[in-house]
Design a protein around this ligand. Structure first.
Ligand SMILES: Cc1cc2nc3c(=O)[nH]c(=O)nc-3n(C[C@H](O)[C@H](O)[C@H](O)COP(=O)(O)OP(=O)(O)OC[C@H]3O[C@@H](n4cnc5c(N)ncnc54)[C@H](O)[C@@H]3O)c2cc1C
Length: 394
């Protein structure tokens, strides 16, 4: 088997790995990137509905979940959304802001992969796909990494193999295994940014409403997200639900404000005054989707002319609409999750170089680390920033 010598071996040709490789390559390092999948950047390609929400202009450390919330600050400060936007503009990729600082390609996420590959190429980086890793050893003269395409001998190894979400796209627990093997702790992982499933009464009552969507505010464990919710045949999805899913665990209290843009009590009193003869379901159908209104009136709310609602009923109805207790039974899991929460404990990793504090020359970047962004371009910004931090250090 041939031996390939390089300065840096990046394992994982996703967002973080490619960014690390091009940064190190630009510094004159000899960089090899390997990936076990048949294609690079698969998650970039499928992201943002094919248009890649590649960053968020409002990114702060507060948009990330981690057992060590300060860890991400240094890298995020040194490689900012503006830095990535500069590269996107240099490559003449047209983009637009969708909402809340979220930047998307106008045409296709393929352009982001093309840009990263062109930058890698210009920096002399070599990339190999269909190249799984069989073994990693560290000796006195660096790392020896046995792969399907030969033995790599290098001074630095960068683990950029991502998390567990979407196994069909090449996700594996490889990075966690390597971390454990070299003495790192891996914090418990679970699916994040993921649809929630319902069971029992709530599942029975909502399943038929699959396809119905509305703006809501989802609240759980002190967090609140105002955005769209979609009812599905298994439960609930849509941006508000994906966001709150990262803060929810089975058994936690999850509340939905179904009328996020109005004061429910005031609105009911107004309806009683002005539309007294109308049934509750009729006036409700004017502010939330009709099928949902009918279902709520069938099972949870008094279905009668609003003038007949006494003060106690107005308060109870408003409370249900503004603070609906949704009993989720679980999540759809890694099959559909956008990210993996938890991962390599950052407390033994340098926040400025992403280098292991236990094994010199070993780096961890991107989603494999216990740093998980909200929905909205934050996860890619973390991949770029942590990739750049390691790429400037290896
Ligand atoms: C459907 C979907 C949509 C998303 N949309 C967005 C979005 O619009 N904006 C956003 O910010 N985030 C989005 N995300 C999240 C984002 O894609 C990830 O957070 C980001 O890709 C993580 O980058 P990474 O480089 O750490 O890992 P990845 O991009 O997952 O790359 C890891 C790479 O490592 C390779 N690999 C894995 N195991 C091995 C192994 N054993 N040997 C060799 N190679 C291996 C994989 O094949 C892969 O190429 C989305 C995720 C999904 C699933």
């Amino acid at each position: 088997m041939n031996t390939i010598r390089c300065d840096v071996l990046v394992i994982g040709a996703g967002a973080a790995g490619l960014m690390c490789a091009l940064t190190a390559g630009q510094r004159g390092r000899r960089v090899q990137v390997i990936d076990h999948a048949n294609k690079v950047g698969k998650k970039i390609l499928m992201s943002g509905g094919g248009r890649c929400n590649f960053t968020n202009t409002g990114t702060t450390a507060g948009n990330f979940l981690s057992a060590n919330p300060h860890f991400c600050k240094s890298a995020l400060a040194r490689y900012t959304p503006a830095d990535f936007i500069e590269m996107v503009e240099r490559h003449r990729i047209a983009y637009h802001e969708k909402e809340l600082g979220q930047l998307f390609c106008d045409i296709s996420s393929k352009q982001i992969v093309r840009m990263l590959l062109d930058e890698c190429d210009a920096a002399g980086v070599q990339i190999r796909t269909d190249c799984g890793v069989q073994d990693i050893e560290r000796g006195s003269d660096g790392f020896r990494v046995q792969t399907a395409q030969g033995l790599f001998h290098c001074a630095s190894v960068v683990i950029a193999t991502g998390g567990l979400s979407i196994p069909s796209m090449g996700a594996s627990g490889f990075g966690y295994e390597v971390a454990r093997r070299f003495g790192h702790e891996v914090l418990p992982t679970r699916a994040g940014l993921v649809p929630l499933t319902l069971s029992g009464r709530h599942q029975e009552r909502f399943a038929e409403l699959s396809g119905v969507g509305l703006p809501i505010e989802a609240r759980c464990n002190g967090q609140r997200f105002r955005n769209f919710m979609l009812l599905t045949h298994r439960g609930v999805s849509g941006p508000a639900i994906l966001q709150i899913s990262s803060f929810w665990q089975p058994g936690d209290d999850l509340r939905l404000d179904l009328l996020p843009d109005r004061d429910a009590e005031q609105w009911l009193r107004e309806m009683k005054r002005e539309r007294g003869a109308a049934e509750l379901r009729t006036v409700l159908s004017e502010v939330i989707p009709r099928r949902l209104s009918l279902r709520l009136c069938e099972h949870w709310l008094a279905d009668k002319p609003v003038r007949q609602l006494d003060e106690r009923e107005i308060k109870a109805t408003a409370a249900l609409l503004a603070d609906f207790p949704l009993v989720a039974s679980g999540t759809e899991g890694y099959r559909t999750a956008e990210v993996t929460l938890g991962g390599v404990d950052t407390r033994k990793v340098s926040s400025s170089t992403m280098e292991s504090q236990l094994v010199p020359g070993l780096h961890f970047i991107g989603e494999v680390l216990d740093v998980t962004g909200w929905l909205g371009g934050y996860n890619f910004q973390w991949a770029w920033a942590s990739g750049a931090a390691a790429g400037n250090a290896v």
